[in-house]
Design a protein around this ligand. Structure first.
Ligand SMILES: Nc1ncnc2c1ncn2[C@@H]1O[C@H](COP(=O)(O)OP(=O)(O)OP(=O)(O)O)[C@@H](O)[C@H]1O
Ligand SMILES: [Mg+2]
Length: 506
């Protein structure tokens, strides 16, 4: 690299939380105008280090240098003043405020001592126009999808004139097209001399944009090398401390009776005439572009959103599902895509969050059985290999990937017949992904059915028995294992769109 000026340096950083040493004597250096990627398993300490740079946490030991000068950063406001901006892994926004309010939060344009709303509106409109984003400035963030919100978060950090930008898993919830926009933005930022620390579990993406890669393991920064001196296998091996073979452990499970049948399910303008089924022992994939309607279809099946016509049949019996309670009663569970909003109760313990959907197993005979609760929760967390100091730790204090594992543990514990998972491996490290696939196999082998919505085609191809492809709110086709390929899936994923264009051009 021609430009080797170090803009940020961390020396001997250690940080402990009750029961965990999150960072242990970490050294780290960021060069001007480069992208430095951090890799490591869930809980390795990546986000903690970033929060120290951003002033959210204070290190117990160690020093931080900006352009060679030792500084103390005690708050995100101070970090901003030092030219540091951070895009958080767990999105940080106020759902009930509008887009423009969220954008200007903490940085209000003022006139005569009060907020200058005209300038708020103008600033927002200009930014949106400049980035070609289609949102209205006064839309409430609650009504936007995770992907929309993630784009807005990125916009916020990029347009704040930062010299160092931290991106903690920025692409975990955005579309392929948006990833391309982000990468272009990153290239522009680099050219301007901005430095970026980038955290991701997606290997292809890492190798696409990294200048340097540092691997973290158990709170230690193990090794830093120029991207050209790494291979993907080496990064993975260094992260998990062993070789990972057979990333997709597909097992042959005998397929039983039909356990779920969805017929002609429609919700005008959202999805139309949707038909699919699931048999005992099957893992069924749902592929499609982001926004195709996969999440909406499954939310309706799970009773989170309404459907206007169509039928749902569970184990041969037609059922009415108008709310989540009815869905759970009929043996359907769902891991939603946005864990922050609908997956966890952040202020409560890991224990409570695992047993939340299985209260009937711990409250019976008129009283709560804490010993049963302990055992169920311990077993569930063990089977998912959840990394937590203990079961009373607040779930919000677990690393992102470990929160996801707790939610899965919760649904497995309530023992549903049909488990719907929406992007179940988002934010999960390579080793833990494999554990999740194995759990899915075990679950299917018990005669249950799994639906997996995923945007990662290799994963769908690796472990599903059949894949339905959704395009523009309709099932565009169904593929069986012998027909699986990235091309066949993508072709179906855009099929209805081509049709729409044809019609429009006539
Ligand atoms: N506020 C906190 N209180 C207690 N423990 C915490 C807190 N924040 C982080 N930890 C713990 O510190 C360790 C490192 O967590 P961190 O979030 O930095 O991991 P990570 O590498 O970002 O993982 P992931 O890939 O899952 O996001 C974990 O064991 C986590 O549970
Ligand atoms: Mg993290």
């Amino acid at each position: 690299m021609s430009n080797t000026q170090t803009v940020l340096e961390l020396q001997h950083i250690s940080k402990s939380f009750p029961g965990v040493k999150a960072l242990d004597d970490v050294n780290f250096a960021l060069k001007k105008g480069t992208v430095h990627v951090l890799c490591g398993e869930n809980g390795a300490g990546k986000s903690t280090l970033m929060k120290i740079i951003d002033g959210i946490y204070q290190a117990d030991e160690g020093d931080l240098f900006l352009n060679g000068n030792r500084v103390e950063i005690k708050s995100p406001i101070q970090a901003k003043a030092n030219g540091i901006a951070m895009i958080f892994q767990e999105l940080s926004y106020v759902p009930d405020m509008t887009l423009e309010e969220n954008l200007c939060l903490g940085n209000w344009p003022k006139k005569n001592g009060t907020i200058d709303w005209k300038s708020v509106r103008k600033k927002t409109k200009d930014l949106l126009a400049q980035e070609g984003l289609p949102y209205a400035p006064d839309v409430k963030l609650r009504s936007l999808s995770v992907s929309d919100i993630q784009m807005i978060e990125i916009l916020k950090a990029v347009h704040y004139d930062a010299r160092i930008i931290i991106m903690d898993e920025p692409t975990s919830a955005i579309t392929t097209k948006e990833v391309a926009v982000l990468f272009k933005k990153i290239a522009e930022l680099k050219a301007r001399g901005t430095s970026i620390i980038y955290i991701s579990h997606k290997m292809e993406e890492i190798f696409q944009i990294a200048d340097e890669i540092t691997v973290f393991r158990d709170g230690k920064s193990v090794i830093t090398k120029d991207v050209r001196d790494w291979t993907m296998d080496q990064v993975v091996e260094c992260m998990v401390g062993r070789k990972i073979e057979n990333q997709y452990p597909k097992e042959t499970i005998s397929i039983g009776d039909e356990i779920l049948k969805v017929e002609n399910l429609s919700q005008p303008g959202i999805f139309n005439d949707v038909n699919f089924n699931v048999h005992a022992g099957e893992i069924i994939g749902f592929a499609g572009l982001m926004g195709a309607g996969r999440t909406e279809i499954m939310r309706a099946v799970f009773g989170l959103d309404p459907y206007s016509s169509g039928t749902i049949t569970v184990k041969g019996k037609q059922v009415a599902i108008k709310n989540v309670r009815q869905a759970i009663k009929n043996g359907i569970a769902m891991l939603t895509e946005d864990r922050r909003r609908t997956g966890i109760v952040p202020i409560l313990s890991v224990k409570y969050n695992t047993t939340l959907a299985s209260m009937n197993k711990i409250i019976y005979g008129g009283r709560l059985h804490p010993d049963v609760e302990n055992k169920l929760s311990t077993d569930a967390c063990k089977s998912m290999n959840v990394k937590t100091p203990n079961l009373d730790t607040k779930i919000a204090n677990l690393s992102g990937g470990n929160q996801q594992k707790v939610i899965l543990a919760k649904w497995l514990l309530c023992d549903p017949d049909i488990l719907i998972t929406d992007e179940p491996t988002r934010g999960i490290d390579v080793g833990a992904k494999r554990e999740i696939y194995e759990l899915m196999n075990t679950f299917a082998a018990k005669g249950k059915g799994i639906i997996m919505i995923s945007s990662e085609l290799p994963e769908l191809i690796g472990i599903c028995d059949r894949i339905y492809v959704v395009s523009e709110g309709r099932i565009a086709g169904m593929l069986s294992r012998s027909e699986f390929s990235q091309e066949s899936i993508m072709q179906l994923a855009v099929s209805n769109m081509e049709h729409t264009e044809e019609v429009a051009s006539k």
